[in-house]
Design a binder for this molecule. Structure first.
Ligand SMILES: [Ca+2]
Length: 363
């Protein structure tokens, strides 16, 4: 149904752009690719961007339809529940509204948060809570597995709603260079709208174990520019297997840094799929001569070592120098020598995807 429409729509748009290009850019049709790129470089670049964006939308649409069919369950698209007032991010001095599509996530929250959870915990994650009550963003108690103790998690109810956030960097006040036990159990602050934390590998293991999910990674640099990456079927194994990382398809704007970016060599040394978790006191990486966790001052899934490490050292102002590329890094977006200002990693079930594809819009 929607897939067919999306595919038809996609190819119609591509054909239209090609037709326009052929009209305004006749050298495209010539046999010399050099002359074509000389005179039509900007047009070709714009065309590639459009195609990539359409591909993203198509991919998200396909996942959505797949899961609706698998679960024989249809959740009609619901527009953002209310029209929130424009909010001001005082740290940046810019205004922006919450559309539910763009990545404005939790960076702009200035409203007081509701009390942290109730005595009785109904919801396995923030998506169930969103379905049930549509509360504002904040910290709530959730229980992914019925036999487990509930725990506190930040629920991002913007950006389409229903996101359980398992990592967040904001201001560098929380030290992310920690031991195995801290990363296993979680650390940071779980109270205020701007708090930084790692939810904890054990909590993430129970939250992500079904695997039928979509993880969104929100990034912001020191100029306030934002980008994002999606991964579906994001999972980690249990502690016995050192919380090994597994994930499915990438989509987004920031590049597939988890897979290493670049070519085969980069992926061989920096691809994180299948890697175990390492901390400064537990070296489970593939770097024989040393410890990636110690060099990068972070607990993370390291290979030899990485092209993405969102738990790295927090450098103010972004660009940094040093012996190691140990900043808060997403290499395919701002390079290895740029430390990001805001990051969030958040998850919700694939079936939750709305028709608009949250976060899939222009930044
Ligand atoms: Ca090592």
């Amino acid at each position: 149904m929607k897939t067919n429409n999306a595919v038809r729509d996609f190819f119609q748009k591509v054909m239209l752009v090609l037709l326009l290009l052929a009209l305004v850019c006749p050298t495209m049709a010539s046999s010399s690719p050099v002359s074509a790129s000389d005179s039509c470089g900007p047009e070709v670049a714009a065309l590639k961007r459009s195609i990539r964006k359409l591909e993203n939308q198509l991919l998200i649409g396909t996942w959505q339809v797949e899961h609706i069919q698998t679960h024989k369950y249809f959740q009609a698209f619901q527009p953002p529940m209310s029209d929130p007032e424009p909010e001001t991010d005082t740290a940046l001095g810019v205004n922006h509204t919450s559309s539910g599509i763009l990545d404005n996530s939790n960076m702009t929250l200035m409203n007081p948060l509701p009390p942290a959870g109730n005595l009785i915990v109904h919801d396995k994650d923030c998506s169930e809570l969103f379905d049930r009550l549509k509360p504002p963003s904040g910290f709530y108690r959730i229980r992914p597995k019925i036999h487990q103790e509930p725990f506190l998690a930040y629920c991002d109810m913007e950006d389409g709603g229903g996101w359980t956030v398992f990592q967040r960097r904001r201001h560098g006040k929380v030290d992310f260079n920690r031991d195995w036990v801290d990363y296993r159990d979680g650390f940071g602050d779980f109270k205020l709208w701007n708090d930084e934390f790692w939810l904890g590998n054990e909590h993430m293991y129970s939250l992500l174990s079904d695997g039928k999910n979509l993880v969104k990674i929100d990034l912001m640099d020191w100029d306030g520019k934002r980008s994002y990456a999606f991964y579906n079927n994001f999972r980690i194994t249990d502690e016995a297997d050192k919380y090994r990382l597994q994930y499915g398809l990438y989509s987004g704007q920031a590049g597939d840094a988890l897979t290493g970016g670049g070519g085969m060599v980069e992926q061989w040394s920096a691809g994180l799929s299948g890697m175990q978790f390492s901390t400064r006191d537990q070296d489970n990486d593939r770097y024989v001569q040393g410890s990636c966790a110690q060099e990068n001052k972070a607990g993370w899934w390291f290979n030899r070592c990485h092209a993405a490490n969102l738990n790295g050292n927090f450098y103010r102002k972004g660009k940094y120098k040093g012996q190691q590329d140990n900043g808060v890094v997403w290499g395919t977006w701002r390079g290895l020598w740029y430390s990001l200002r805001h990051t969030a990693m958040k998850v919700r079930p694939l079936v939750f995807l709305d028709v608009m594809g949250s976060g899939a819009g222009e930044m």
